[in-house]
Design a protein around this ligand. Structure first.
Ligand code: AMP
Ligand code: GLY
Length: 428
């Protein structure tokens, strides 16, 4: 078979991890990435097309004989890029818009879980501010308030007091901080437990699991401060024992995939379940329609099978096949611009990227670009994901933080406690 031309959509650490894995596939010829970043550029031709410019991406794919398009982020999936490409006869990996609504609308996702009895927090959905506000009069706190639509991980408010809840509601529904994503809100029960992310390749009917991972969403150590896109991750997550995964498979993942098929929304792509392991068992915090970021940066380096092959199979509507994984642990520490997730400066020169840190270290680029004199400079909130691989957890933590110490830019910030929960779990 002739080698395939690939178009990868996105430009974060997840996509850098994807492209790194793709280059190992014997099936792959040229790789293009829209828009990419300074790290992705080493493996792919980066295109000046925005990840949400579906028409521009379609035009490029048609003109450039692209054999497979792989979509990293959620926005183009929710906007229907897969349906548009398929209507033109192009192969594309990811769920169609109707299936992607499992992430694109929390109101849809919660109603779906309710209908198919998938364990999750109890909830109510509101379309107007007055009714939503009135519901707070008769509720116990904490509650969780969520904007219905996409909000880059920032539309969720855990409210410990009535005042916090009223402020959150006003931000979403009156001040419209997230635009139309705040047309509806979901108000739900606060769950306690440990969080873990489960990922599976789905072909519409069958699932093949990837290693589970744990993200670190809050900006500060000990999970304090506002939520971010994710400040670090590790995989596999020791809390996800084989027994627990079995339960998640039976009670959550399979009913979701079969329920979506029954609703006429067959799910083909990576299904990501954000779970809370409560004293009542695993419950869904949210579903996402793609790989997580930074989770992808710790999961993908553990995949020994050909990732392009499985994505191509799913795009071609063939059955998923089992995957092989390495026995290593992976841990990623995100280096962010000081100030993130609030405002921050960009354009800072990054030092240390030229160093060879060893084959067990992967420095994935997120918000980077080429600056003057071909220097690589910061260009986003999350700048780099420094991932280490090792045969035991102590070693992986030590190597990841060792590598972080070799890289520097002005006002760089990172969490110092990535992986601590796994360590305490493993020592029990
Ligand atoms: P989401 O974007 O829905 O994953 O929410 C972001 C974060 O908010 C989650 O990772 C949790 O830490 C927290 N969260 C969301 N929903 C709940 C809930 N019902 N109970 C407790 N924490 C939640
Ligand atoms: N790391 C969280 C996410 O990708 O949604």
């Amino acid at each position: 078979m002739a080698k395939m031309n690939i178009l990868l959509i996105g430009g974060g650490g997840r996509e850098h991890a994807l492209v790194t894995q793709m280059t190992q596939s014997p099936l792959v010829g040229r790789i293009y990435c829209a828009p990419g970043n300074a790290g992705i550029r080493e493996h792919a031709t980066c295109l000046d097309i925005a990840q949400n410019d579906v028409a521009g991406l379609l035009d490029f794919a048609q003109r450039s004989e692209i054999d497979l398009t792989v979509v990293g982020p959620e926005q183009p999936l929710v906007a229907g890029i897969v349906d548009r490409f398929q209507a033109e006869g192009l192969n594309i990996f990811g769920p169609g818009a109707q299936a992607a609504e499992i992430e694109g609308s929390k109101a849809f996702s919660k109603a779906f879980m309710h209908k198919y009895k998938i364990p999750t927090a109890t909830h109510e959905t509101f379309e107007d501010h007055v009714a939503a506000s009135a519901s707070l009069d008769k509720t116990d706190f904490p509650v969780v308030i969520k904007a219905d639509g996409l909000a880059a991980g920032k539309g969720v408010f855990v409210c410990h007091t009535e005042e916090q809840a009223r402020t959150a509601l006003a931000q979403v529904m009156q001040k419209r901080k997230f635009g139309d994503s705040g047309n509806k809100v979901v108000i739900e029960e606060f769950m306690t437990g440990e969080e873990v992310s489960v990922f599976a390749f789905c072909d519409g009917e069958n699932l093949v699991y990837l290693p589970s991972a744990q993200d670190h969403k809050a900006i500060f150590d000990n999970d304090e401060g506002p939520n971010t896109g994710g400040m670090g991750a590790y995989a596999p997550a020791p809390i996800m024992t084989e027994e627990l995964l079995q339960q998640v498979d039976t009670e959550i993942m399979r009913p979701t995939v079969s329920g979506l098929a029954r609703e006429g929304r067959p799910y083909r792509g990576v299904l990501y379940a954000g779970l809370m392991i409560t004293s009542d068992g695993p419950k869904v915090v949210e579903f996402n329609c793609r790989l997580g970021d930074p989770e992808a940066q710790v999961i993908l380096p553990l995949v020994k099978s050909d990732l392009v092959e499985i994505m191509f199979r799913i795009a071609k509507r063939k059955r998923v096949r089992d995957l092989e994984f390495s026995d290593d642990w992976a841990m990623c520490v995100v280096l962010a611009s000081g100030g993130y997730p609030g405002s921050y400066e960009t354009g800072k020169q990054i030092l240390g990227l030229e160093k060879n840190l060893g084959s067990d270290i992967r420095v994935y680029h997120a918000g980077t670009k080429s600056g003057p004199a071909n220097r690589i400079v910061t260009d986003g909130g999350r700048v780099l994901g420094v991932t280490a691989l090792a045969g035991n957890f102590d070693a992986v933590r030590e190597r990841a933080y060792w590598a972080v110490g070799k890289i520097a830019f002005d006002n760089a910030y990172y969490r110092k406690d990535i992986g601590m929960k796994a360590l305490s779990y493993l020592r029990k």
